[in-house]
Write a protein that binds this ligand. Structure first.
Ligand SMILES: O=c1ccn([C@@H]2O[C@H](COP(=O)(O)OP(=O)(O)O[C@H]3O[C@H](CO)[C@@H](O)[C@H](O)[C@H]3O)[C@@H](O)[C@H]2O)c(=O)[nH]1
Ligand SMILES: [Mn+2]
Length: 739
């Protein structure tokens, strides 16, 4: 065999995990679940309401388990080879990078500029990159910070490239290091110290600006505007006019027009403006989007993504390339269960073995034409793109139409397409396409761009792409490509989970729901099942709450919903409980996660399911009935809350904590009532099974139990406890009455 030349080696490889043992265990659990259902069904007539409720809930859990097993069946082990790519070619396609920020308080500008700096410094020809920052907060501080950061970038980027620095977000690079590494050269030590000083000054400037607004004439546009009522603001901060590969990429600030009566569609709206503004300015064939807190942790990210785009034999195989979301400074042992490591490890790799990962909203590279609504192999001729059609669909702008036509007609020539004009020459048209009336009557948000109608715009948009037949690729470089902030407080974490549950459920009811995508589109059946697995989070809450109430119901009404300890059939539910939990534990161990993280996560999944998801489905339903609109509540990004016991669960007066507290109180009272009954020597119908269930619920809500007695932010506010108590009391009486 002839030795392989660099150009014949594959740029990526996808292997499949040999997860046979896992599959067997998962199928065995499924078998046990079916046995349980059969047993319940056959014995239904000997038991009361609680038996029927248990049967309904367990049927639902079985259904979810089928979705889970299918989603995790084919887990991928992808590898990308950026070095081979570098050996193969010197010509790279252009990439437009989008960073979104929306609130200078919840999303401190220092975090945003670190993300931007890490992106400006990636290993990729600078003349092929343009970074666009969308600021829905229209904040002068954010803009000022970016301007100052761009000055710092002129030294930072060359420094990173000269010494091949691995971590190019300065706040992470300098954190904890007060002096340069001692074993390095004199020159490096000097440069290091200089950079660190400059970065300190930058931080100081930004800090000062947030207390006293900066004043220069350049900032006039920001004076006298309101966050939700202002014209489009676009500023070209950095421009690589000469097009030099080792210079700096373009950097453009955009705050789209906002008017009070005009729905602005949250992040999806911002992404569409970014798409259009970049379309008229640079029109790169690929775009990367990241949330403002998701800095590039691996300087080769773009190269890794290009391994897929340039290495795929068939374009259909990668409509987009998703890097999973990982988080930095994650709280030890993941008390809020939101670092999602284990979810990515099995579920994420599993769906990547079907039609590809979901689009996760951040850390994703898209083909521009995919965002423009095209389908795989779609051959568009110039005739079909007659201006009239384009303008009706994409909006009235000649320059934008031309650029869109170019993208759609592109064929396979993605390298040459870069727009050679400098961004500032298109600034007027950019203002026009960034205005809020531009989309009126067009297909933006409906059939192209980022889709409207769900606060989980990412899942909706990705689903629509996959329903057109595109596959997506999962990229897992080492070190991880992007790192962001996971919420580090109880309320923030709950609000995020609630938003996801709402948004995911909205997608299910949308005209682009996965079921429709499979029936009428090109979404694969098992991909549809994977989407359902997450989109049913909201509905799951009802069954989970019901099931958590059952043991309490039994103790209060002196009945049982599980077979008694001396019956042989108790083996079925007992073994489901034991095998399932041990199996999940083994997943954590295999993923090198601490056992405590497993414990915390198991609890938090249940807590989220019974509180945040419940509110999620409530808000999706009230929207559906037309009572309210769902809103995108932004997650707080800063987590340097120094004087607090990080990791200890925190509460606030949000009603979101009421149902969980009520479930806990109800079970505790049931236990109390049961023990009294038992002491009285009454004939007891319930048994060990029900008592273990109550113990388990107390274990799940341990943080809430502690919260009942703690003060300040660690305690559940008295008003919430009273509401939950009243609810629990009401249920106790209802059950008693029924009896
Ligand atoms: O009106 C808005 C609201 C939000 N954002 C941006 O959207 C991003 C995500 O917001 P965040 O509060 O961090 O939400 P997360 O729950 O952490 O985000 C995940 O889930 C969202 C969908 O619920 C996706 O949009 C995100 O990309 C995904 O990372 C941030 O960059 C925001 O600045 C806007 O630009 N405009
Ligand atoms: Mn976020």
């Amino acid at each position: 065999m002839a030795p392989k030349t660099p150009s014949s080696l594959p740029l990526y490889e996808i292997k499949y995990r040999k997860n046979y043992i896992s599959r067997v265990i998962e199928l065995f659990i499924l078998f046990l679940l079916f046995s349980l259902l059969a047993y319940r069904f056959l014995t239904l007539k000997f038991h009361g309401l609680q038996w029927l409720l248990a049967l309904i809930c367990e049927s639902w859990f079985t259904f979810i388990w089928i979705l889970t097993v299918s989603s995790k069946w084919n887990q991928v082990e992808p590898t990308t080879y950026p070095l081979r790519l570098l050996e193969r070619t010197l010509k790279f396609p252009a990439v437009d990078i989008f960073v979104t920020t929306a609130d200078p308080v919840l999303e401190p500008p220092l975090i945003t500029i670190n993300t931007v700096l890490s992106l400006l410094a990636v290993d990729y020809p600078a003349n092929k990159l343009a970074c666009y920052v969308s600021d829905d907060g229209a904040s002068i501080v954010t803009y000022y910070s970016l301007v100052e950061a761009s000055k710092f970038a002129k030294h930072w980027v060359p420094f990173c490239k000269k010494y091949n620095i691995a971590l190019r977000a300065p706040f992470r690079y300098f954190s904890g290091n007060s002096s340069p590494p001692q074993d390095s050269s004199q020159e490096f030590q000097q440069d290091w110290t200089r950079m660190k000083d400059e970065y300190k000054q930058l931080c100081k400037k930004i800090e000062d600006a947030s207390t006293q607004e900066p004043e220069t004439c350049d900032f006039d546009v920001f004076s006298n505007i309101q966050q939700k009522n202002h014209p489009t603001i676009i500023k070209v901060i950095l421009e690589n006019k000469e097009g030099v590969a080792d210079g700096l990429p373009h950097l453009v600030y955009i705050s789209r027009e906002k008017r009070p009566k005009h729905p602005h569609q949250f992040k999806a709206g911002a992404m569409n403006v970014l798409t259009r503004v970049s379309g008229v300015m640079t029109n790169a064939p690929f775009m990367l989007n990241v949330d403002c807190d998701m800095y590039a942790n691996n300087p080769q990210v773009v190269l890794h993504a290009m391994c897929y785009f340039l290495g795929a034999k068939d374009e259909i195989d990668c409509g987009f390339v998703q890097f999973p979301q990982f988080f930095y400074d994650g709280l030890k042992e993941d008390p809020y269960g939101n670092q999602l490591k284990v979810l990515h490890e099995y579920f994420g790799r599993g769906i990547s073995g079907i039609q590809g990962p979901f689009y996760q909203g951040s850390g994703c590279f898209h083909r521009r034409k995919v965002i423009y609504g095209s389908s795989p192999y779609e051959k568009i001729t110039a005739g079909e793109l007659k201006d009239e059609y384009i303008q009706k669909t994409y909006g009235m702008s000649e320059k934008l139409s031309t650029s869109i036509a170019k993208t759609l007609l592109e064929g396979s020539n993605i390298i040459e397409q870069f727009n050679s004009d400098s961004p500032s020459s298109s600034i007027e048209i950019a203002h026009q396409v960034g205005s809020c009336g531009f989309e009126f009557g067009t297909a933006w948000g409906q059939k192209l761009g980022w889709l409207y109608g769900s606060v989980a715009e990412d899942i909706l948009t990705g689903l629509f792409i996959q329903s057109r037949g595109w596959k997506s690729a999962y990229c897992l470089p080492d070190p991880p490509a992007f790192l962001g902030c996971a919420p580090a407080a109880g309320p923030a974490s709950m609000i995020q989970q609630k938003r996801w549950a709402t948004g995911l459920f909205e997608v299910l009811l949308n005209s682009k729901s996965p079921i429709i995508g499979t029936l009428f589109g090109k979404l694969q059946l098992r991909q549809c099942m994977a989407y359902l697995q997450i989109q049913l989070w909201g509905l799951r809450s009802i069954f989970e709450v019901c099931y958590a109430i059952l043991p309490a119901y039994c103790l209060i009404t002196n009945s049982h919903f599980l077979p008694q300890a001396n019956e042989l059939s108790i083996v079925i539910p007992a073994s489901i409980f034991i095998i399932y939990n041990l199996y999940v534990l083994s997943e954590y161990i295999r993923a090198n996660e601490p056992i405590i993280a497993w414990m915390n996560n198991q609890r938090m999944w249940r807590v989220n399911a019974m509180s945040a998801w419940l509110f999620g489905i409530l808000s999706a339903t009230t929207k559906l009935l037309g009572f309210s609109e769902t809103a995108f509540e932004i997650t707080k990004k800063d987590q340097n809350d120094t004087n607090s016991d990080i990791g200890r669960f925190t509460f606030d007066d949000s009603p979101i904590f009421v149902p969980g507290t009520a479930v806990l109180l109800l079970n505790l009272s049931a236990l109390f009532i049961g023990v009294l009954d038992f002491k009285k020597g009454n004939n007891i119908e319930w048994g060990l099974g029900e008592v273990i269930c109550i113990m388990w619920i107390v274990f799940v809500f341990w943080a809430f139990l502690k919260g009942l007695f703690a003060k300040g932010k660690y305690g559940i506010p008295t008003s919430s406890i009273l509401k939950a108590g009243a609810l629990a009391l009401l249920l106790v009486h209802l059950f008693k009455f029924k009896q």
